[in-house]
Write a protein that binds this ligand. Structure first.
Ligand SMILES: NC(=O)c1ccc[n+]([C@@H]2O[C@H](COP(=O)([O-])OP(=O)(O)OC[C@H]3O[C@@H](n4cnc5c(N)ncnc54)[C@H](OP(=O)(O)O)[C@@H]3O)[C@@H](O)[C@H]2O)c1
Length: 412
């Protein structure tokens, strides 16, 4: 076997041989903008490993919304942000979801072996962060970052650099692209639904899931179902209805049947009454799905500005709105009277810790949660896949092949 400086995609070097250079998709500051143009194929140096790091020969990558944001340079310029922290690279070689083969390990890594087939979860933190060392939730640590978004050398690289704690077992029944497609959304959804006790999913609990045919939502429906809850799905297109029912939703609401979206009018404005009528009829649509007058104990949020006033209103007394994004905007409004009188909780949530990632991975291994891979693209279509996501033209989760040479490889 040769020891070349760079290998073509899919041309596998001898196990453990790390070439000096690699193919990767990256964004640079002078091309921030639409994802289809911002993401470009480049040849980069293969990264060096620290003592607790692992190098992954990436077989396939998932596509996530965070790298739509990274491509546009909003809400933060991830390259400038890292440079402020002392990192020299003037590019962002991202990608937060990988399935592949462990190719090299740092000097302190003794629980992971070269050759293991793995997936990577994207919770990243400094291993010697005092908060982490004290045993507290690392997702609240000062050093926490999202791998492949706030760190470089993610899954759009032929060789990705991760920390050893991020490594999880690859479910054997999944192909490389299926295995690459779920972890970021699945672990985020799991923390939202199971990380904020006592507001966790229990038998017969109603959970309202926004964007239910999207990456997060499609997995959230299945987690709720696996835990015995009743997921009510919200979509914008009738073509997504059957998909949500097939994943286990008890009912589906088309948000286009309502018009009260966006910032809530001032409570003294006459328009507030119209808004409230819309929110009430949306609440009635939830009851119709559930078959009784039962409000959601948990509202699974991520659209933010457009939907939060409604989420706050329909949430049950003592229930929780749990939110991990503001895709439609960050300036949220809410009728506080309902919030305090009915003692609701409004909880932010961000990605997941190692235990939560492992727990949802077990649900996938047990075939209780399907990755909902809708489409697989080639390496050179990484920009295109992000553009589809930006334009809301996709279902479930998407993946791109990296070193895998065709779809369906990797199943055992
Ligand atoms: N903080 C974290 O750890 C974390 C982790 C994962 C994702 N996220 C963020 O969460 C958001 C969703 O991610 P995703 O992977 O699920 O994206 P996605 O696959 O694009 O799904 C988002 C869904 O939102 C729905 N949507 C779009 N516009 C909407 C609107 N105006 N009102 C209500 N719903 C709307 C769409 O469904 P319909 O059009 O059918 O309603 C779409 O399917 C992104 O902003 C992402 O960056 C955060």
């Amino acid at each position: 076997m040769s020891s070349k400086e760079i290998y073509a995609l899919g041309e596998m070097p001898e196990l453990g041989h790390v070439p000096k250079k690699m193919h990767a998709f990256a964004v640079r500051q002078d091309r921030f903008g639409e994802p289809k143009d911002a993401w470009q194929r480049e040849v980069l140096d293969t990264p060096n490993l620290g003592p607790k790091d692992v190098l992954i020969y990436v077989m396939a990558t998932g596509i996530n919304y965070n790298n739509v944001w990274a491509a546009r340079g909003v809400p933060i310029d991830v390259i400038a942000d890292r440079q402020k922290k002392g990192e020299p690279e003037n590019f962002h070689a991202g990608g937060s979801d990988a399935a592949g083969i462990v190719w090299a390990v740092g000097s302190d890594v003794d629980d992971i072996k070269v050759g293991e087939e793995v997936v990577v979860h994207s919770g990243w933190w400094e291993p010697d962060d005092p908060w982490v060392l004290s045993g507290k939730d690392p997702m609240l640590a000062p050093s926490v970052r999202i791998w492949g978004y706030q760190t470089n050398y993610g899954s759009y690289c032929q060789f990705a650099k991760a920390q050893s704690h991020q490594i999880k077992k690859k479910p054997k029944h999944l192909s490389w692209e299926e295995a690459a497609s779920y972890m970021l959304c699945a672990s985020t959804a799991y923390r939202q639904l199971m990380g904020w006790s006592p507001h966790i999913v229990e038998k017969d609990d109603v959970v309202l899931v926004w964007g239910a045919a999207g990456g997060l939502g499609s997995i959230a429906i299945q987690i709720v179902c696996a835990l015995g809850g009743k997921a009510v799905a919200v979509v914008s297109d009738e073509a997504k209805r059957q998909f949500c029912l097939d994943k286990g939703a008890v009912g589906v609401i088309n948000r286009n049947d309502f018009t009260h979206w966006g910032t809530m009018p001032d409570t003294n404005d006459p328009e507030w009454k119209t808004w409230m009528a819309g929110a009430r009829s949306f609440g009635k649509a939830i009851w119709d799905c559930v078959g009784e007058r039962k409000n959601p104990k948990i509202v699974f949020e991520h659209p933010g500005e457009a939907t939060l006033p409604t989420s706050g209103f329909v949430c049950d007394t003592g229930g929780m709105v749990v939110i991990c994004a503001g895709t439609t905007g960050y300036n949220i409004t809410m009728d506080l009277r309902y919030h305090w009188m009915m003692q609701k909780r409004f909880q932010g949530s961000h990605l997941a810790n190692d235990e939560q990632a492992a727990a949802v991975n077990e649900l996938v291994i047990a075939k209780k949660v399907d990755p909902c891979l809708s489409e697989t693209y080639t390496f050179d279509q990484i920009g295109h896949a992000h553009q589809l996501m930006r334009e809301n033209k996709h279902f479930g989760n998407m993946a791109c092949l990296v070193n895998a040479t065709e779809k369906g490889q990797g199943r055992v």
